[in-house]
Design a protein around this ligand. Structure first.
Ligand code: PRP
Ligand code: MN
Ligand code: MG
Length: 181
């Protein structure tokens, strides 16, 4: 964190804590999808780190595909308008889909995305999200695999950005208000 330390307040989770949580979620996913061929759908760009670590942790045959949707742009508030910036390459007909996300904030992105993927004929669509902000929820999202619940603060690192910065931090930290004030 040293190069951006003054931009951060609390460190919420270290790299080791994140990896332990991902391993825990992976064990549940392995149990639930034993004998199945899973399609992991990572939501660009925030979910890149979770996807990379979760996929390598899972001892299951799986495929990875990517979608880019954005509701935030450069601001800190969700606009609620979800745009598809890049669509999947895979056909979802009959597939067991697991959406992989870094964070559920208002829930608007994922509730829209789940409905969108279900409408393409997937056999099942479940969600794995590393972080969840219960106090920020505008719509309830049924998350089968949830990592940590966090307070309603702006967090960065491990894929999470503010104006495209900080995604490469190994841990997850709260962004200091002076950065976006
Ligand atoms: C962030 C985050 C989630 C979404 C959660 O993505 O990665 O995808 O917002 O917010 P919500 O629950 O309020 O909808 P963002 O739109 O910032 O794009 P990014 O992943 O490229 O950073
Ligand atoms: Mn995202
Ligand atoms: Mg973002």
């Amino acid at each position: 964190f040293s190069d951006v330390e003054s931009d951060l307040t609390d460190i919420l989770f270290t790299q080791d804590e994140i990896h332990a949580k991902i391993a825990e979620m992976a064990r549940q996913i392995e149990a639930d999808y034993a004998g199945e061929k899973l399609l992991l759908v990572g939501v660009l760009r925030g979910a890149v780190m979770v996807m990379a670590d979760l996929a390598r942790e899972l001892k299951l045959p799986l495929e990875m595909d990517w979608m880019a949707v954005s509701s935030y742009g450069a601001g800190t508030q969700s606009s609620g308008v979800v745009r598809i910036l890049k669509d999947l390459d895979s056909d979802l007909e009959g597939r067991k889909v697991l959406i992989v996300e870094d964070i559920i904030d208002s829930g608007l992105t994922l509730s829209w995305l789940r409905a969108n993927l279900e409408s393409r004929g997937a056999e099942s669509v479940e969600i794995c999200a590393l972080l969840r902000k219960p106090d920020a929820a505008k719509v309830e999202v049924d998350v089968k695999y949830a990592g940590f619940d966090i307070p309603n603060a702006f967090v960065v690192g491990y894929g999470l950005d503010y104006a495209e910065k900080y995604r490469n931090l190994r841990g997850i930290a709260v962004l200091a208000p002076h950065v976006y004030a």
